[in-house]
Design a protein around this ligand. Structure first.
Ligand code: F6P
Length: 367
């Protein structure tokens, strides 16, 4: 196919997730070997388009052996937003709009196109850069699975697999000690990881942000199980879960952290209440960043590879301002603007929640 793209840039932004390197590898292989396009790797997200000396040429040779490797060889940050860039002058931090400098940098690097691999924040920025004339396409990544317009983002499947394996381990120790085991998982404001790992890992209670929970109902469920002779119970709590009329458990505000607010403590909170009100011994495990680290599973390696190839295809077809996505079994694309500023929530009256309820899983809905 004939096209006029000679050089493209690629960056990874936001939190890392398993499969980023697999996307980079697919982009490099497809662009260089199939379409004769040079690839420039931009380091540390949008920082690489603001700060000096943060680019390097990517070749099939120097991108070898990374398909199965977690993280991102390019580095990333969730603090660099060119439209609200933090600059420290004489010890004082100022917020500046450096988007014009970013556009200038893209020009001086002679990039005909830019591929941005990221979550909602990173893709939102990409959408604004596109409005300024940047020839950009997006690839959706996040373990949270909260990006609109794609059935799934890469990284999610691996995170669910890790959480499921941890639940398998918790079952045996819970059963031995007649305990309630609470496991807090990531997911930010949506409950996809909790729901999927909870079902796959045989949880008895799953608490997700989309269904504010009644803590008394959760205790009753656990006591009913005990009465039936069940020696232990497993509770999966999404970090964004909250009680009816309750507040999010926030570890650090966005201002303190310099990026998005950090959630945490929902598992401990639920665990304390359960212990006090059932009299059963409770232990809480907060899974944390192990859900994001390490090798991507086969599903995510395949999805990442498909996304990387599809992003290059969009570029050679001059379809800028779009994000690749998965619809059913097919790779498609949608405008970046349709993704920006929203979140894909778990439906609470259809799908997996109902399946789980049919087998007796309790979401702490008020009776
Ligand atoms: O968005 C991915 C995610 O892992 C969330 O599930 C979690 O709330 C957040 O990132 C943690 O971010 P950080 O790496 O900044 O602690």
């Amino acid at each position: 196919m004939s096209h006029n793209v000679k050089k493209l840039g690629v960056l990874t932004g936001g939190g890392d997730c398993p499969g980023l390197n697999a996307v980079i590898r697919a982009i490099v292989k497809s662009a260089v070997q199939r379409h004769d396009i040079a690839v420039i790797g931009i380091e540390d997200g949008y920082d690489g388009l603001v700060l000096p000396n943060k680019t390097r040429k990517l070749t099939p040779l120097n991108s070898r052996g990374i398909l199965h490797v977690g993280g991102t060889i390019l580095g990333t940050t969730n603090r660099a937003n060119p439209f609200k860039y933090r600059i420290t002058v004489n010890g004082k931090t100022e917020i500046r709009n450096v988007s014009s400098e970013v556009m200038q940098k893209i020009k001086s690097l002679e990039l005909d196109a830019l591929i941005v691999i990221g979550g909602d924040g990173t893709l939102n920025i990409a959408s604004h850069l596109y409005d300024m004339g940047c020839p950009v396409v997006g690839v959706p990544k996040t373990i949270d699975n909260d990006i609109l317009s794609t059935d799934v983002s890469f990284g999610f499947s691996t995170a669910v697999q890790i959480a499921t394996e941890m639940l398998d381990r918790l079952h045996t120790t819970a059963e031995s000690h007649h305990r309630v085991m609470v496991m807090e998982v990531m997911g930010r404001y949506v409950g996809w990881i909790a729901l999927a790992s909870g079902i796959a890992g045989g949880a008895d209670v799953i608490l997700i942000p989309e269904i504010p929970y009644d803590r008394e109902e959760v205790c009753q469920k656990i006591l009913r199980r005990k009465k039936k002779g069940c020696r232990s119970s497993i509770v999966v709590v999404s970090e964004g879960a909250k009680e009816i009329d309750g507040a999010l458990c926030i570890l650090q505000s966005a201002e303190e952290g310099g990026s998005a607010e950090r959630l945490g403590g929902a598992g401990e909170k639920a665990g304390l209440y359960i212990k006090k009100n059932t009299g059963i011994d409770v232990r809480v495990t907060t899974l944390g960043h192990v859900q994001r680290g390490g090798t991507p599973n086969a599903f995510d390696r395949i999805l990442s590879t498909r996304f990387g190839v599809a992003a290059v295809e969009l570029i050679i077809n001059n379809q800028f301002g779009r994000m690749v996505c998965l619809e059913g079994q097919d790779i498609k694309s949608v405008p970046l603007s349709s993704v920006a500023g929203g979140q894909k929530k778990v439906p609470t009256e259809t799908g997996l929640v109902i399946t789980a309820e049919e087998i007796g899983v309790n979401f702490g809905r008020k009776a």
